[in-house]
Design a protein around this ligand. Sequence first.
Ligand code: FES
Ligand SMILES: [Fe+2]
Length: 373
Amino acid sequence: MNAITTLLESFYEDTTPKRGLPADAYKDVEFWRAECASVFTRNWICVGFAHELQAAGDAVPVTVAEHPLLLVRNMTGQIKAFHNVCRHRCLTLVDAPKNVGKLIRCPYHAWAYDLDGQLRAAPHFGGVNEHEADGFDKSKNGLVPVRTHVWNDWIFVNLDGTATEFDTYSATMQARLDGIDWDNVNCIGTLDFGEVACNWKFIMENFIEPYHVQFVHASTTDQPLEDHYTIVDGNCLGSAVDLGEEIGTAGSLGVSSRYLTLYPNFILGRYFPDQMGVYLNIPTGPGTMMQKRALYTTEGQTLTPEAIEGLKKLWWDVHREDHEMTERLQLGRASTVSEAGGVLSPAWEDSVRAFQELVAQDVTTVEQSNRGE
Ligand code: FES
Ligand SMILES: [Fe+2]
């Protein structure tokens, strides 16, 4: 039996209540590699915010599943994604967000690509002032494109090109966002949490279970457990709270809200009546990830700078409370006690289990395809 299948045996045991994924799913390099080859390759992965690429030539590098990618806004205003790798000797082209002008120029030997990825210059490749060479076809040495879809402010890629069309893929989530006038959605700020020292799945699971809210966020939110419920709807998993009226006091959150995730890494939080937050979650290794959050208003309203600062502080505090927990979840995986995973609440963590089953299915496909099934 293959290693991943063996690893998942305890997860699939018929226990009541259900177990979580085993510890190795959160720390083992082989499991991470299997996720890179499946979860992050065959699905639509959120990799960036369109508002971070305002002008033609704006370029943002991002590494997904160990693939260095480059997001670029081209001359006609479209956002494109390419493998961030020069076709000459294959070094990474752009290593920090910047405006590249009209050409993406490799720093090593000055090959230059236009914003649609075409190779425009390979100076002196055939000798002094010889820019062509026998058998060398510039048109076949452009940047390698990656399938991309921009949905509102969010840039998605599908590395292997096999995922269903984005609108089909995200249909269950989109159906739950009825009533939003997307033309009135404005980004009012971002928070950059930098690196969080935990496996990416702990962050996703944290958003799709409401169980921890009353304990972890006792000082920042005012949302009683009994008003919460979980959402399990195909690849849209989440948690929500419906309150009859706003009960938050100044500086705390006490509104009806929904956290919807689109498997595997996209999270959208909707806070009634008129706010939204979207999370960019970039896994960087078995035990690390990067997180950013963009804040939006949904009714086209403008907020004072003080109000925006207040919201940013609230969300910074809320998510730092979450990160402290997810980093401790990671530390707990060093113990033999966590080998077979914990136990999941049948009432509050069925959504977590559903998320984990999607991961387990995806990683298992790697071994099946290795076996030629
Ligand atoms: S590696 Fe890019 S030009 Fe040589
Ligand atoms: Fe939380």
